[in-house]
Structure formats: structure tokens, C-alpha cells
Design a protein around this ligand. Structure first.
Ligand SMILES: [Zn+2]
Length: 169
């Protein structure tokens, strides 16, 4: 599927036909994520596959979500690009179907009782992956330059004494 991603999805229906969704969702449609960014341009790349799982009652969706977000570095307060890659796994059961079999505790099991807003689903995953305090990598952060210079030029207060020979002057 190219372009035209659906606004809402029915995960179970997609899983029944082993659907593969790829494309770009606009960041502009993700209000909460947009708030954490500088400007609202750009998009979020998704590549998601929907499948029946080995358990006949459980449907799954998994894949990759990638976003390059412009945020403020909290160390130097300059803009920076934050690249997030999330590999979600969602498990769905039909609404109202009670489950007796134990499932993998690591994955969250959701009831597909209504269509799901695709960009909301993706936004939630990105918000979870977002660092609380985004910062440049230390070696790339302009703030590091200032402090490094400061350290280098800090003089050893005994340097002058050392060079002086006793008995002279
Ligand atoms: Zn920085």
C-alpha cells in the first residue's frame, strides 16, 4: 500500500487478510507529540504487519515506527534532531471474547471493540519511547565545548611554585 493510510483501522480485519501498512503519517496529526517538538512539520514512517498469531483467538500487529523529530536539547538549549525507532507488538482479541489461555505477559492484550485511530496508536508508542530529557550526544553537544575549554584552562595553583627553584630569587 503506498500513500493513503487509513485514518482508522480494524486490527482484526487487517490481521485476517494479513495486511501490511506502510507509509508516512503527518506529525501535524499528533497533537501531543507535536507539542514536544519544535514546529510541526515532518512525518512518522510506519511499516506494520497484521497477522493471526499461533493462538487462534489472538491477532497481532508488529513492525517498525520511525520518526525524526526536531526537539530542544536540554543541555545547550539548541535545536537537535531526535531519531526514534520503535518496534511495537500489539495483540488483539475480539471484543467480548473471554480468554482462558494464559498469554505472554510482556505483550499487552487489547480488546478490539471499535476502530482504532492509526495515528493515535503510533503516537502513543512514540511518546513512550521519547526520552524525558532529550539531549545531544555528549560529543555533539555545543554546551560540552564550553565546559571542556573551561577545564583545560583551569590552572594548577601549584604550577608556578613547582617551577621555582629554592634558594634563588
Ligand atoms: Zn546540546
Amino acid at each position: 500500500m503506498s500513500g493513503g493510510l487509513p485514518a482508522t483501522i480494524d486490527p482484526i480485519q487487517l490481521a485476517e487478510r494479513a495486511a501490511h501498512l506502510t507509509g508516512t503519517l503527518p506529525l501535524a496529526g499528533m497533537a501531543r507529540l507535536k507539542e514536544a517538538c519544535i514546529g510541526g512539520e515532518g512525518g512518522v514512517e510506519i511499516d506494520l504487519r497484521f497477522d493471526r498469531s499461533t493462538d487462534a483467538q489472538v491477532y497481532e500487529a508488529h513492525g517498525v515506527i520511525q520518526a525524526a523529530l526536531r526537539v530542544t536539547c536540554q543541555r545547550c538549549l539548541e535545536p537537535m534532531m531526535l531519531t526514534l525507532t520503535v518496534r511495537p507488538q500489539w495483540l488483539y482479541v475480539r471484543a467480548g471474547e473471554g480468554r482462558e489461555t494464559p498469554i505472554d505477559e510482556a505483550a499487552e492484550l487489547m480488546e478490539a471493540d471499535r476502530p482504532v485511530a492509526l495515528s493515535e496508536l503510533v503516537e502513543d508508542e512514540l511518546l513512550l519511547a521519547m526520552p524525558m530529557i532529550p539531549m545531544h550526544r555528549l560529543e555533539e553537544c555545543p554546551a560540552r565545548r564550553y565546559s571542556a575549554t573551561g577545564n583545560k584552562e583551569r590552572r594548577n595553583p601549584f604550577a608556578d611554585l613547582k617551577g621555582r627553584k629554592p634558594g634563588t630569587g
